[in-house]
Design a binder for this molecule. Structure first.
Ligand SMILES: Nc1ncnc2c1ncn2[C@@H]1O[C@H](COP(=O)(O)OP(=O)(O)OP(=O)(O)O)[C@@H](O)[C@H]1O
Length: 249
C-alpha cells in the first residue's frame, strides 16, 4: 500500500482551475518534493490530502484513509506544517507543546522530553517560556516545525519548511528530515525552491498549470543535467501548451 494515493484529482475555485486531473502515488518512506512556481496548485493539493478542503473530482487516500470523507481520522494521524502559520500568540512554545501533546494524547513525560529535545535540536531553549507574539518569524517557524513532528507521525506534510530560517538552522532541519525519512517515515514537502528539492528529496513531482508535468528522482538525473534544467524545461513547455499564465497568477 502506498503512503499516499491521488487519482484524477480536480479542484476549482470559481472559474480558476487549481488542480486538473492530478494522479500521483507516493511510496512509504519517500521524501517527496512537490515543486512548482507560485499558483501551481501545491498548497491546494496539500490541503486536500490533509482534509482541509474537498475536491470536485478524483480520489485521494493517506495511509488508506480518504481525507475527503474522514478528515479527522487523517489529521489525527499525520503531521502538518502549513505555510505561513505561527504558534498562538498568547502561548509560550512550552505551553504550545503541552497543548499539542494533549491533543495528540501523549504522556506528560514524553511531552517534556520532546520539548527539551526539539529546543536543543533547533536552538530555541532560551525562548521556551517567551510568549510567541514576542518571537521572531524564524523562531516561530522553528516551533511550528517541532509541532508538526512532535507526535512522530508516519506521514508528515510540510509547506516551505525552510522559509525564514537562517542557514545554520536550515542545515539542522535538512539533516533532521533526512534522518526522519531514513527511519522509514514519509515526508511530503512543498516548495518553489529548486535547490532545496534537489538536495533533500528522493523524488520530486513538478507541478505547473494545475497539473503534474514531471516526476523526477534527482539522484538519477544524467550527468550535467540539474533539477533546475528539468524544471525550466517543463515550465517553459507548459507556457507553450495552451495554458494561459493569467489563470495561474
Ligand atoms: N481560496 C481560494 N480562492 C480562490 N482561488 C484560490 C484559492 N486558493 C488558491 N486559489 C488559486 O488556485 C491556484 C493554486 O493555488 P495554490 O495556493 O494551490 O498554489 P501554490 O502552488 O501553493 O502557490 P504558492 O507557491 O504561491 O504558494 C492559484 O491560481 C490560486 O490563485
Amino acid at each position: 500500500m502506498p503512503a499516499i494515493e491521488i487519482e484524477s484529482l480536480g479542484k476549482l475555485y470559481g472559474d480558476v482551475t487549481a488542480i486538473s486531473d492530478l494522479s500521483l502515488s507516493i511510496a512509504d518512506g519517500e521524501l517527496f518534493g512537490l515543486l512548482g512556481p507560485n499558483g501551481a496548485g501545491k498548497t491546494t493539493t496539500m490541503e486536500i490530502l490533509t482534509g482541509q478542503i474537498v475536491p470536485e473530482s478524483g480520489r485521494v487516500a493517506v495511509l488508506d484513509v480518504d481525507p475527503t470523507t474522514r478528515p479527522t481520522a487523517v489529521r489525527e494521524t499525520v503531521g502538518i506544517l502549513p505555510e505561513k502559520e505561527s504558534p498562538p500568540s498568547f502561548m509560550t512554545p512550552r505551553e504550545y507543546f503541552d497543548f499539542v501533546g494533549a491533543v495528540r494524547g501523549m504522556p506528560d513525560e514524553t511531552v517534556t522530553e520532546r520539548t527539551e529535545s526539539w529546543a536543543e535540536r533547533l536552538g530555541f531553549r532560551a525562548k521556551l517560556d517567551t510568549l510567541s507574539s514576542d518571537l521572531s518569524r524564524g523562531q516561530q517557524q522553528k516551533v511550528m516545525i517541532a509541532a508538526a513532528f512532535f507526535h512522530e507521525p508516519a506521514v508528515v506534510f510540510i509547506d516551505e519548511p525552510l522559509a525564514n530560517l537562517d542557514p545554520i538552522v536550515q542545515e539542522r532541519v535538512k539533516r533532521f528530515l533526512l534522518s526522519y525519512q531514513a527511519a522509514g517515515n514519509t515526508i511530503v514537502v512543498t516548495t518553489h525552491d529548486v535547490d532545496v528539492a534537489a538536495e533533500l528529496c528522493s523524488r520530486v513531482g513538478i507541478m505547473y498549470g494545475s497539473d503534474l508535468v514531471a516526476d523526477v528522482r534527482p539522484s538519477e538525473l544524467d550527468a550535467g543535467v540539474s533539477l533546475l534544467d528539468v524544471f525550466l524545461d517543463h515550465v517553459d513547455a507548459s507556457v507553450d501548451d495552451d495554458k494561459p499564465l493569467a489563470s495561474h497568477e
